[in-house]
Design a protein. Sequence first.
Length: 255
Amino acid sequence: MSRLSDAFPRGRTALVCYVMAGDPSLASTEELLLAIDGAGADVIELGLPFSDPIADGPTLQASATRSLKHGGSVASALSVARKLRGKLRAPVVTMGYMNPIESMGLRGFAAALRDAGIAGCIVPDLPLEEAAPLREELDAAGVDLVPLVAPTTPMERAAAIAKLARGFVYTVSVTGVTGARTEFPPDLAARLRELRAISSLPVAVGFGIARPVQAAALRGLVDGIVVGSALVAAHHEGGVAKATELVRGLKAALQ
């Protein structure tokens, strides 16, 4: 177990909240992180802005574009995390792509996460077969590499992914990219049961969760839910107050 795994308490469904660093500014990101931490986020996923986020839908793509337009970068994102180190109750996990990581160098990236107090790292475009070098550097730095499992991943492969996972296993609810959706696939509950049966770590589900009623429907079926696009949209449309209201509603639905 780790600091990240420990954020998923037994008998309760944890709330993982996504924030794009630098959208629309580093100051607003700092304010939002503190607010959602206080509103009950169990884990905070900090998006690292990138120009070609292939796993992200329109909402998160637009968020990354706004961040980059205002000077957002991996370095600036980690500067916010470093500033708030020790001030956030929830552990922070980065979510970013391999291109900027490789530009920094795997060891340099891992060291930067460690120095910023980051607990884990999600890399959507890093397949199992190519993950060992980064996983080894992150392990040495005390940072968990959190893998993703797609709806189309065969259970045998999912078991192999879960065996090498750190922190938690992130399962994607639907095929396609991130974004709020009105309903889940009919086989999602069965899929979640299978994944939890083969994983010794908590299993969190994301992509498509937008409203408290959806969170309530998943309560008890999974160890955590990830809310990204809906939270980014709320912040963009109504600022910290609207984003915080959404977090409180989601948190209440999971109780």
